[in-house]
Design a protein around this ligand. Structure first.
Ligand code: MCU
Length: 395
């Protein structure tokens, strides 16, 4: 057991064609306990920021808010600069349960059918950080506060804004929200964002990332291979030219993915033991459907190691338009809402693909060279606060 947890933001000299092993520290020692996983999780958080997300600032000195006419307003002051942003909550009919309503924070309104009994906050993410194209770099309220040259990508800025919304909900009883029962969702580009929100904000109990594709629940390395096998995926080299979802620093790595000491299986695994449900769509090669399946199989080993595989679902079918939610999948979606937001216990055993990957084929041994250990210790802690800045340890 390590007495300190080193969290370098980059690891010089790293090279690995396989997906990095979730259970191996950069110095080669194994993760064997839940406490050690929590340290590993902190390392992953630092690496994701260091290579592709930019810096996620901590809670600023002053966060206040108000609630009026179903609108939640957040006011933030950071060292003299101030911003204010507002989002609307739609409530179920009837009386709020004791402790308040469970709430789904829906990026740009989301694209899933929401079960009754769940309130929805329509999170206007473009207000925080614009995502029109590359000219959106540094545009939005986040950058008014932290400066146009802040390293944080748009996705990182959205996580920051979501966290401030939760800060205000926690101290605003008039909003009638139970902050122990929060979910986040988004589709496509907003699905990438929702996945990141679940990873970096431990107050989110349930993350639902819909058709997030490359940069979301797909792994950079697997997407590259899938593309090399003839599928028309979205390459990492293209994604950084299209929009501002990643830090400018990521441009330095998109042609040399093996140097990344993490991949998106580890970003997703930061959510464990909390619940994650993500969706693929095999009708869209651009989403790299084989990559999402493979990447989520790799991530799943972390939920297995923590003894809660049922807290991680993945479902991938075709036969529907991008971001249209097929009726056939509602039962599984509701099972996750029921269990993680609505206080019921039903089976959340939903982990499947239709395996329609065109010319590509998922070969686990090409990417995964570990199995899930049984970690010892309690898995009730969902996050760790140990973030230190120590000189990177080369491997
Ligand atoms: C799947 O998410 C993105 C994709 O990464 C982009 O290349 C494309 O332009 O837009 C997709 C999306 O957000 O669709 C709504």
């Amino acid at each position: 057991m390590q007495s300190t947890c080193d969290t370098p933001s980059t690891i010089a000299g790293y090279s690995n064609a396989m997906l990095p092993d979730p259970f191996q520290f950069p110095n080669g020692t194994r993760v064997t306990t839940v406490d050690e996983w929590n340290c590993r999780r902190s390392q992953i958080a630092a690496l994701v920021q260091g290579y592709e997300a930019g810096t996620l600032p901590p809670k600023p000195s002053s966060v206040t808010g108000s609630f009026s006419g179903n609108t939640l307003t957040v006011n933030v002051n950071n060292g003299g600069s101030s911003i204010s942003f507002a989002n609307t909550i739609t409530y179920p009919s009837g009386t709020a349960p004791a402790g308040g309503w469970p709430l789904l924070i829906a990026y740009d309104g989301g694209s899933i059918p929401v079960p009754s009994g769940v309130a929805v906050l329509n999170y206007n993410i473009g207000n925080i950080a614009q995502q029109t194209d590359t000219t959106s770099r540094g545009v939005g309220l986040f950058y008014n506060l932290y400066g146009k040259t802040a390293t944080a990508s748009a996705m990182t800025a959205w996580v920051w804004g979501l966290s401030r919304i939760i800060d205000v909900l926690e101290v605003t009883p008039a909003a009638m929200v139970n902050t122990a029962k929060l979910a986040v969702t988004g589709c496509s580009r907003d699905g990438k964002g929702a996945l990141m929100a679940g990873a970096f904000e431990p107050r989110i109990a349930l993350t639902i990332a819909q058709e997030s594709g490359a940069g979301g629940d797909a792994c950079w390395r697997i997407t590259k291979t899938e593309g090399d096998e003839g599928v028309g995926v979205q390459p990492s080299t293209e994604i950084v030219q299209e929009n501002v979802w990643f830090s400018t620093n990521f441009n330095n790595y998109v042609s040399n993915l093996n140097v990344l000491p993490y991949d998106h299986h580890l970003l997703a695994a930061m959510i464990a033991p909390r619940a994650l449900l993500s969706y693929g769509n095999t009708d869209y090669a651009w989403l790299s459907p084989m990559s999402s399946w493979g990447c989520m199989n790799a991530a799943h080993t972390v939920w297995q190691a923590l003894g809660v595989p049922q807290n991680h679902g993945f479902v991938e079918v075709g036969g529907h338009a991008h971001c249209a939610f097929p009726t056939s999948l509602v039962q599984g979606l509701d099972a996750f809402f029921d269990t993680f937001l609505l206080g019921q216990t039903v089976s959340t055993d939903y982990f499947s693909t239709n395996n329609v990957f065109g010319s590509a084929q998922w070969v686990p041994a090409n990417f995964i060279n570990w199995t899930a250990p049984a970690l010892t210790g309690s898995s009730t802690s969902s996050s760790t606060s140990v973030i230190s800045s120590i000189t990177p340890t080369p491997v």
